[in-house]
Design a protein around this ligand. Structure first.
Ligand SMILES: Cc1cc2nc3c(=O)[nH]c(=O)nc-3n(C[C@H](O)[C@H](O)[C@H](O)COP(=O)(O)OP(=O)(O)OC[C@H]3O[C@@H](n4cnc5c(N)ncnc54)[C@H](O)[C@@H]3O)c2cc1C
Length: 727
């Protein structure tokens, strides 16, 4: 039987009507009241979470093994699967959740990070008088408000500017955006407004001025997607769900119903990816929430099941923060060739994207150089010619796979569903596919409703509207001040901890080690330019981080912000994790290598270093070549033709600079193309040439050598009579 998703109206009874009576101006006040009401309602149903802290992974695995039968087993720990587990467990169902990699390692950590209704969808709904599309936007806007309310530490409203380049677009966009506010109704975050050209440039000074007429600013939400996903999974664990990452479903179990004689899915064969051990997890109902991998699980159920997923890859790049204002994004919803282009501030950097290309399904999608250059070219069209958009400014890049689906029960097999699909197979496997991050909660609610109905489970209604996620309940915008005052953390670090862990930030602060300095008292950074501290590595293990990749990409977001900084932090992260998890030297080496490969292939490091391959021709003026040769020979004093770590150390010592050996090795390694442990003159000139062409920026070796040269030149020889050495 097919269970096609039915889109509901507002979940909170009477919201729309009451808002109309109150009038538009009182929407924001009403929103607060509305969500608070929902929370009170939820609180009446709930006892507190059963676990103060999520149980350890080992304890969770024991529960998975020893529970005779769960009500629901969810496969896939992305946003959708974690949402299903939370929805099910808070209705009182005995719930299990298994994820074969890390929570959020799939599409859910690789999104644009917007919590949105979809301005573009609304435009289509209106132009085509499409009621289904309209309802989809309305529902997403309700979910947007709820998510901002239940995880205020991880999400915030973000003003987004639509630049207007033709006069006729102004009323057209204005009407569209005002309708977006109107459809949001009581869930409108803040009212949109129009900006004149000069005001638009005040807000967004790097914007291309020519032909700009003005701009419209509207609001959507933005979040830290991987941390949000983790908060959902951890909340489910605290409410009693048996959740385990690195637990792969390798097969489905089936039982024959004695009454009907029909086979039905009764659990799954699971494999602990970290130990290789396999065991069965039994459940009355199994939910397939595996995103782009939906068909692989559907085929475990029925090898003839038709594929429903049409994967499409979206690449994003991360550039330095100065490419966008700190608190305003830019979006063009309809470029001349129909694509969306945006750059949004995120974690003090700028995210730009995106592409939309058919792809193969893989666990390790790789952003190509072609995709990166495509986005860079698009970005160039929007920025003033004063801003040189350089390839070298791409600090990280990633590709995510959109799990677009066709409804298997739809007559039109070619049509991609604009919404999510809940499908029930002959043997009772429930598949939830499609949808978007923003609507994970309502997707989960629909899925668990279907599970309860089809499998006759005893459970109440969904209780996740207004249910705070881990860290959200006692968070306040000023929480970070207490972290500074009570623990002696740097303000920037305290703000980061509060925005990442919410009210759990105190626990991280308690674990922070003493710096040995007058200020900050505690909180040793993992890398100097990011506020991530060593205590987060220890805490990350309590949050089920098992590998160094988990730590650099989803507990901290270093890999998504700056691959070089992530690589720099890796040795220390591996050392700290090794201490906690008893890793021997071999395991540490393995973790380091895997994490480096991850950065190299999946996070754009490869394309970055390919800018420096042997193929990079040197196009420098002869005068520049002479200048750089001179600089090189300051280090290569004995004219060997190459410099080694010893040469760099010698120069640094002569100017009283100390740098630890590991860091120096890393710095040299970035430029050492043939990996022979030394930087040859040719390699150095290639680097300088790439920097001049804007293909590489922020090379630490180049900066170090230039600074050292300046320092050496500044040193005035001390006359013998003043040297205190005497004759
Ligand atoms: C480029 C891009 C940008 C996007 N931007 C936005 C945005 O800004 N806002 C928005 O609302 N939406 C956005 N989306 C959509 C959103 O990210 C996805 O809809 C959502 O993350 C999908 O979540 P999921 O849980 O279904 O899939 P996933 O996150 O991929 O999770 C599926 C999980 O299943 C696991 N799994 C697979 N097979 C097995 C198995 N056999 N056993 C155990 N586990 C298994 C995988 O390891 C994976 O972790 C974007 C998508 C893309 C691609």
């Amino acid at each position: 039987m097919a269970f096609q998703k039915a889109v509901k109206g507002t979940v909170l009874v009477g919201g729309g009507a009451l808002a109309t009576i109150l009038g538009l101006s009182q929407f924001s006040h009403y929103r607060r009241k509305q969500v608070n009401l929902a929370y009170v309602e939820a609180a009446e149903y709930f006892t507190e979470p059963v676990n103060r802290e999520p149980p350890s992974r080992e304890a969770q695995i024991l529960t998975l093994k020893n529970t005779p039968e769960f009500d629901i087993l969810v496969i896939g720990g992305g946003a959708t699967g974690s949402g299903c587990a939370l929805d099910a467990v808070t209705r009182g169902l005995k719930t299990a959740l298994v994820e074969r990699d890390d929570f959020s390692s799939g599409t859910s950590s690789r999104s644009t990070k917007l919590i949105h209704g979809g301005v573009r969808y609304l435009q289509k709904a209106i132009m085509k008088l499409d009621i289904e599309q309209y309802r989809m936007v309305k529902e997403a806007l309700h979910e947007r408000a709820n998510l901002l309310e239940i995880a205020p530490h991880l999400s915030a409203p973000l003003p987004i500017m639509l630049p207007i380049y033709k006069w006729w677009q102004l009323p057209y966009y204005w009407v569209g955006i005002k309708l977006y506010d109107l459809v949001a109704g009581s869930n409108c975050l803040k009212s949109s407004y129009v900006l004149s050209k000069s005001r638009a440039l005040e807000h967004f000074p790097m914007l291309q001025k020519d032909k700009l007429v003005g701009a419209i600013v509207y609001y959507d939400g933005q979040h830290n997607d991987a941390r949000m996903n983790l908060a959902i999974a951890l909340t489910a664990a605290r409410y009693g769900a048996a959740t385990a990452n690195y637990m792969e479903v390798v097969n489905l179990l089936k039982k024959t119903d004695p009454q009907t004689g029909k086979e039905h899915v009764s659990g799954a064969r699971c494999k602990d990816v970290l130990t290789g051990q396999e065991f069965d997890v039994r459940a009355k109902c199994v939910i397939n929430a595996t995103g782009p991998f939906t068909d692989s699980v559907r085929k475990m159920d029925d090898k003839n099941a038709a594929a429903i997923c049409q994967p499409s890859a979206g690449v994003h790049i991360v550039m330095p923060g100065y490419y966008s204002p700190e608190s305003m994004g830019l979006l063009d919803p309809a470029t001349s060739d129909g694509r969306v282009i945006f750059f949004l501030p995120w974690q003090k950097m700028t995210i730009a994207g995106t592409t939309d290309t058919p792809t193969d399904i893989t666990q390790h999608p790789i952003p190509s150089e072609e995709d990166i250059n495509f986005i860079l070219n698009e970005v160039r069209n929007y920025l003033s010619c004063d801003v040189e958009v350089r390839r070298g400014d791409v600090l990280a890049a990633w590709s995510g796979i959109r799990p677009l689906v066709t409804d298997p029960k739809s007559e039109d097999t070619q049509s991609i569903s604009r919404n999510h699909v809940v499908d029930i197979s002959e043997s009772g496997l429930i598949t939830i596919a499609g949808g978007k991050w923003t609507t994970y909660r309502s997707m989960a609610e629909d899925t668990v409703n279907a599970a309860i109905k089809i499998h006759n489970l005893k459970a109440g209604p969904s209780r996740t509207v207004g249910l705070f996620l881990q860290g959200g309940k006692d968070w306040s915008p000023t929480l970070y001040i207490r972290l500074v005052q009570d623990y002696g953390l740097e303000s920037e670090v305290a703000q980061h901890l509060a925005a990442t862990y919410g009210d759990k930030a105190f626990e991280v602060a308690k674990m922070a080690s003493v710096t040995g300095k007058r200020w900050p008292i505690v909180g040793v950074r993992l890398v100097s330019e990011f506020p991530y501290i060593e205590a987060e590595v220890k805490y990350g293990i309590k949050e089920y981080a098992c590998t160094a990749v988990d730590m650099i990409s989803r507990r901290t977001r270093l890999a998504f912000l700056n691959v070089q900084a992530a690589e720099e932090a890796l040795p220390r992260i591996v050392e700290l994790m090794g201490r906690e998890l008893n890793w021997d030297d071999h395991k540490k080496e393995e973790e380091l290598e895997t994490a480096k490969k991850f950065l190299y292939y999946e996070m754009g490091y490869k394309s970055r270093s390919e800018q420096l391959t042997d193929r990079t021709e040197i196009s420098l003026l002869p005068s520049d070549i002479d200048r750089y040769k001179k600089r090189f020979h300051k280090f290569d004093a004995d004219q060997k033709g190459f410099i080694t770590i010893v040469d760099v150390q010698r120069v640094l010592e002569s100017i009283n600079v100390q740098m630890d050996e590991n860091t120096l090795h890393e710095i040299l390694n970035e430029v050492d193309l043939n990996k022979n442990g030394q930087v040859e003159l040719n390699e150095f000139l290639q680097l300088m040439s790439a920097i001049q062409k804007g293909r590489v920026s922020g090379s630490r070796l180049a900066i170090l050598m230039k600074t050292a040269e300046e320092n050496l030149e500044r040193r005035v020889p001390i006359p013998v009579d003043r040297s205190c050495g005497g004759l």
